[in-house]
Design a protein around this ligand. Structure first.
Ligand code: GDP
Length: 453
């Protein structure tokens, strides 16, 4: 995965100019209505031998107050959460301001590496002004002029050192390409679960840039959306969006329709009204997702209505316990609680979506897989017994399936002698062994055994 560097700083210190310098091209920034923070945008920096991703965090410090407001705080926390390193941009002409001071405190609290970038240092005299910022106590400081392109190479090499970057390899390039493809999301669930509200919440986010794509059939409508600089395609939203005038024919074929969406999707968002609890139809759709072997996130909607008076921690544990039981067969799917109506935790949902996309790129090497399974079998022979007539693993390997989809779904193939001795329950045990090792939330996998006897 490419590492992420977030550019933070109060307005007008030159974050966008620096962003464009690092990106090596001008990227237009989408402004929302006044008072609302700008889009956060992401690009790759390929100036050095090692690439990384840069993220512009327009909103941080944008408040006119000295204290960071709640909204800015939320915006910022997502960026600070995902970044591996922070560039704290200040303006040597203006000197230290109170917003700079509160930002400096904020950034230190993240415990992430910070590079202090003193911008607008276009002349020797201005460079001297940078000294003032030393009292923030950040060990790494560079003076740059984003507007004139001075000091940028020093900054890039400092970033590479701090992130301990190795030269970008072919696989990383491939992953970077993969990530720029839109991820097809199917939003499925029973009527009234909150699918339309979720689509609207996504489209209504400050960070979403949206365009409709004519679908393949008259009925299907795909919407392209960019969120946090990553591309998505919400598929088959026609039924979802037109719902208000569809009430008489209320989703006659909601399960059928889901099947079509699920088949086309890279990732399914199964929306469940968690306050109402899981119903037959939810389980049916979940079953289809499982049968189609699709990556999935269980979206617990109407979180605001789920035992609102209980303590937050108890609520989460309670929800988790109930839903894990209801959807035990979909145990690979992570759970995210949101409130589509209140637009709560949509950012969190996208963080999880990206975790699924990225985790799927992890591959267990053939060597590691063979050692892992051999150890598991050796230590827990169970029903396999240790007799000479028992199952014997010869070799295991991972093949990626789901050709043409953005998220590869692995198939672990075991070659064995006396394959028929392998019971269903032992197979499940081995699946669990793999699952524990293979860090790819939300992604299902298949396991099969080939061999004589
Ligand atoms: P769909 O049939 O799955 O598209 O469901 P809708 O999006 O039309 O939502 C059904 C009803 O649930 C509407 O009245 C929404 O306002 C409401 N609703 C959706 N999400 C939430 C939520 O997170 N909290 C609450 N309290 N109500 C919600």
């Amino acid at each position: 995965m490419l590492k992420t560097v977030a550019i933070v700083g109060r307005p007008n210190v030159g974050k966008s100019a620096l962003f464009n310098r690092l990106a090596g091209k001008t990227i237009s920034i989408v402004h929302d209505q006044a008072g609302v923070t700008r889009d956060r945008i992401v690009a790759q920096c390929r100036r050095g031998p090692a690439w990384f991703e840069i993220m512009d965090t327009g909103g941080i410090g944008a408040s006119t107050d000295d204290v960071l407001t709640d909204q800015v705080q939320t915006e910022a926390s997502i960026a600070l959460d995902v970044a591996d390193l922070l560039l704290f941009v200040v303006d040597v002409v203006d000197g230290i301001t109170t917003i700079d001071q509160s930002l400096a405190r904020e950034l230190r609290r993240t415990n992430k590496p910070v590079i202090l970038v003193c911008n607008k240092a276009d002349s020797p005299k201005r460079k001297l002004n940078a000294g003032e910022f030393a009292r923030f106590g950040f060990a790494d400081t560079v003076e740059v002029s984003a507007a004139h392109g001075l000091g940028i190479d020093d900054l890039v090499s400092l970033i590479s050192t701090r992130l301990d970057l190795k030269e970008t390899t072919e696989t990383e390039e491939a992953i970077a390409r993969q990530n720029s493809r839109p991820l097809k999301l199917a939003i499925v669930g029973r009527p009234n679960a909150g699918k339309s509200s979720l689509v609207n919440a996504i489209l209504g986010q400050d960070r979403a840039i949206v365009s409709d794509v004519a679908g393949t059939t008259r009925d299907a409508l795909d919407i392209k959306a960019t969120y946090n600089g990553k591309h998505y395609q919400l598929i088959d939203t026609a039924g979802i969006r037109r719902r208000s005038n569809l009430d008489t024919v209320v989703e006659i074929s909601s399960v059928d329709r889901s099947l079509q969406s699920i088949k086309r999707a890279d990732l399914c968002l199964l929306v469940i009204d968690c306050a109402a609890g899981a119903k037959m139809q939810d389980r049916k759709i979940a079953q289809i997702i499982l049968e189609e072997r699709k990556p999935c996130i269980l979206v617990m909607n109407k979180w605001d209505l789920f035992h609102p008076d209980a303590k937050q921690k108890d609520r989460i544990e309670h929800l988790d316990e109930i839903m894990r039981r209801e959807f035990f067969f979909l145990n690979y799917a992570p759970l995210v609680a949101i409130s589509a109506k209140n637009k709560d935790h949509i950012g969190k949902l996208f963080v999880q979506i990206e975790k699924v996309r990225n985790g799927a790129q992890n591959r267990i090497s053939t060597g590691a897989l063979n050692r892992l399974l051999a150890n598991a079998i050796e230590n827990t022979p169970g029903a396999l017994g240790r007799s000479t007539h028992s199952f014997k693993l010869l070799y295991a390997t991972q093949v990626n399936e789901a050709e043409g989809f953005a998220i590869p779904v692995p198939h672990f193939v075991l070659f064995a002698n006396r394959a028929s001795k392998l019971t269903e329950s032992y197979m499940r045990y081995l699946e669990k062994v793999i699952r524990d090792e293979w860090d790819a939330p939300g992604v299902p996998f298949k396991m099969s055994v080939r061999g004589k006897g």
